[in-house]
Write a new protein. Structure first.
Length: 345
């Protein structure tokens, strides 16, 4: 295993498996996910709804629903395996070392307490701050996310959605964690407010050395805030690499499809092409490539053999049997009819 001192990765997730017990059987929501995160790195975890992004994030900080279990793999954070850490030690680590920004909603703040009191709670009870130092720190944190310190006396309902989400980000930063896991932090906000909150996040990332896992279904969020990307599909990472690699030279048909499906400056909305069909049932996933049923390029081998993640360029990994035909895949994937011809398998 890699060295854990010096400049080794901050986080190394190795073959992580996190399953849910359901009435229909075991849902293999995260099924062998591996990635590393360096200090200060900002990784975007993207994929459609249900691909396992939230489960991955919550497994790392170990706040999973009762029917979920980490059944395999390692989560090496500063050299300690969080998958096996006693809950008591994990509690020490949350907020101080790893903080979570949940999906923009009223739900992540307590409606009956003033923002300032909720911030104090974190600083005093979790961080061991004296009350007066905690008050100063609260003001500093609000300033950091562009909120007026006078607002600390407000209740959550007196905030707009964008302000609430800034407050939640300020709280996550309270104890100066090494890692922030942000789960769809702007999804519930309207577009203009989204842009403002993303800009705040981007500036923070420039100023602080905090590492970020940015969970989102929206490719444009990744483009604005991340330096690397992992694309998830049906519980697995199908492609990962630097933002530059993934956006300018994608390989995996699913990534190619995703990039078609999202608007950007160069591509007006009316040229968007969606990927037909649905992800597989994770209680009974297909044997070979999990994307095969929706992939316009699926071959016989794709149904039989699971494609391993292989390195196609430095730090750029892809799990597809047809990486050698990438030029053809890129040309074809730009044509709308390619995606309409997917034969059910
Ligand atoms: N509470 C739950 N109980 C049972 N299965 C769940 C639960 N939450 C998620 N799952 C399963 O895990 C899969 C991944 O969910 P999730 O991690 O929330 O995906 P994402 O964040 O990418 O939308 C879902 O498709 C579903 O099959
Ligand atoms: S392995 Fe086959 S089915 Fe899967 S993405 Fe590649 S070409 Fe498509
Ligand atoms: Mg989610």
């Amino acid at each position: 295993m890699m060295a854990t001192t010096g400049r080794g990765p901050l986080l190394e997730v190795v073959d992580l498996k996190t399953y849910y017990r359901t009435r229909r059987g075991v849902a293999r929501a995260v099924d062998g996910v591996s990635f590393t995160l360096a200090q200060g790195q900002h990784l975007g975890l993207i994929g459609e709804s249900g691909s396992g992004k939230t489960t991955t994030g919550r497994a790392i900080i170990r706040v999973l629903p009762r029917n979920a279990e980490i059944v395999g793999g390692q989560i090496l954070f500063k050299g300690r395996d969080l998958a096996r850490l006693p809950e008591r030690d994990m509690r020490d680590l949350r907020w101080r070392e790893i903080a979570m920004v949940p999906q923009a909603s009223m739900g992540s703040l307590d409606p009956v307490y003033r923002l300032g009191d909720q911030m104090l709670e974190v600083l005093v009870n979790r961080g061991g701050y004296e009350r007066s130092a905690a008050r100063d720190r609260s003001k500093e944190l609000f300033g950091l996310v562009g909120l007026d310190a006078a607002r600390l006396d407000n209740y959550p309902h007196e905030f707009s959605g964008g302000m609430r989400q800034r407050a939640v980000i300020a709280m996550a930063l309270a104890l100066d964690p090494a890692l922030i896991i942000a789960d769809e932090p702007v999804t519930a906000l309207d577009v203009i407010v989204q842009a403002q909150v993303l800009e705040t996040l981007r500036k923070l990332q420039e100023r602080l050395s905090v590492s970020v896992i940015m969970i989102t279904h929206d490719i444009s969020v990744v483009a604005q805030t991340c330096d690397s990307v992992a694309v998830m599909y049906a519980g697995k990472i199908v492609e990962q690499g630097s933002v530059r690699h993934i956006f300018s030279a994608p390989y995996h048909p699913y990534t190619l499809g995703l990039e078609n499906a999202y608007p950007n400056l160069a591509k007006p909305k009316d040229t968007l092409i969606s990927i037909e069909g649905f992800p597989p049932d994770l209680v009974d996933p297909p044997e070979g490539c999990r994307f095969a049923a929706r992939c316009p390029f699926a071959m016989e081998v794709c149904l039989r053999e699971e494609p391993p993640l292989v390195e196609v360029a430095s730090g750029h990994f892809v799990a597809c049997h047809q990486t050698d035909k990438v030029d053809y895949l890129r040309i074809k994937s730009r044509e709308a009819e390619t995606w309409q011809r997917v034969a059910p398998v």
